[in-house]
Design a protein around this ligand. Sequence first.
Ligand code: ATP
Ligand code: MG
Length: 386
Amino acid sequence: MNYMQFFSSNFKLGILGGGQLGKMLLYDCKRYDIFTKIMDPNKNAPSSKLADEFTIGDLTNYEDVINFCNDVDVITVEIENVNTDALEFLENNGKKVFPSPSTLRTIQNKSKQKDFYKENNLPTSDYKNYTCLEDIIHDFNNDNIKLPAVWKSAKFGYDGKGVKIIRSFNDIKSLPNMDCLIEDKVDIKKEISVIVARNQDGSEVCFPAVEMEFNSDSNLVEYIMCPANISKKIEEKAYEIAKKTARNFNSIGLLAVELFLTNKGEILINEVAPRPHNSGHHTIECCLTSQFDQHIRSILNLPLGNTDIKIPGIMVNLVGENKIEGDVIYKNINQVMSIPGVSTHLYGKKKSRLNRKMGHITIVNSEIEKAIKIGKEIKELVKVTA
Ligand SMILES: Nc1ncnc2c1ncn2[C@@H]1O[C@H](COP(=O)(O)OP(=O)(O)OP(=O)(O)O)[C@@H](O)[C@H]1O
Ligand SMILES: [Mg+2]
């Protein structure tokens, strides 16, 4: 295989979605001199100025996706919510699409995703799928739902928005009437993520397991700590489950596997994402190969990079704190930039609003405890507002 065909050539990589994940993928495409095309509905999307070609289009529209992908050689995504019928048509006509349209279809629907784990004997919490509220109420009245439980909308959930903890019949009555699932509330000790990269040659490499800490109000990731503070045995088990999941999906590219470590020491799969992931941003500074570099390597069937930790670190998400949308201000950012080991990433979104992901900061230190301490101070210091 002549690896050079992708670099400084006529090769075109198409990326569906132009958010911050697309922007960070583009930095590495530029480094390799790979020609890129991006489509996003928003003309000011974070990736709009960095792509070689930027198209405004609806990612869920069949014609828009077909037209955009016509002249590209390999297609990838930075968001799951894309038109899979169009991608399937393109794949059947010889285009390389990674992740595969069938994987995307399974992942787009949390009910189908849970069924996939069950069919493949992958560990996940017990659940039941529903198509209407009436059936949930019926099951509850017949003692078939144990509370507390977790309700998830089957489609269009992201950043914790389609997730509700239900503790009472009142919570059940106020649920929306839509396709959904109800799963056992897991007794979580830690939330862990393992990102696995696979290429067509069947090579597979995991990124070091990280620990994720969530904000209990917004359900958004607040901190990512690398490495995770878990035993070697748990860590190995997490890699084994993540790799098996990626193999069962026949995954090409990255697959981020979100896991729950329970208080009993079990590891359960929460959900997966077939693309670069928020739990891998620290890899830019902390690992020999970043998740973005690795995604490009895997979808182009290039040799996968070594993911060893160069230096431990913590990643802090910068999210909007203002309720009313307005021009973004990063308060105290200069002070933060004077701290050694701090890298600031701003996505280029001009407007801040409540819980919008605006950027992230990675803090590295040869001692993880020191990085964590600085990370938590920075979280208090920086204010993203309008
Ligand atoms: N069964 C469960 N038991 C306990 N907590 C849960 C359960 N499912 C989800 N959660 C909590 O809710 C968070 C968000 O759930 P999930 O990852 O399914 O939603 P999401 O909307 O896809 O979120 P994101 O886009 O941030 O990954 C989890 O990280 C976890 O903290
Ligand atoms: Mg999640």
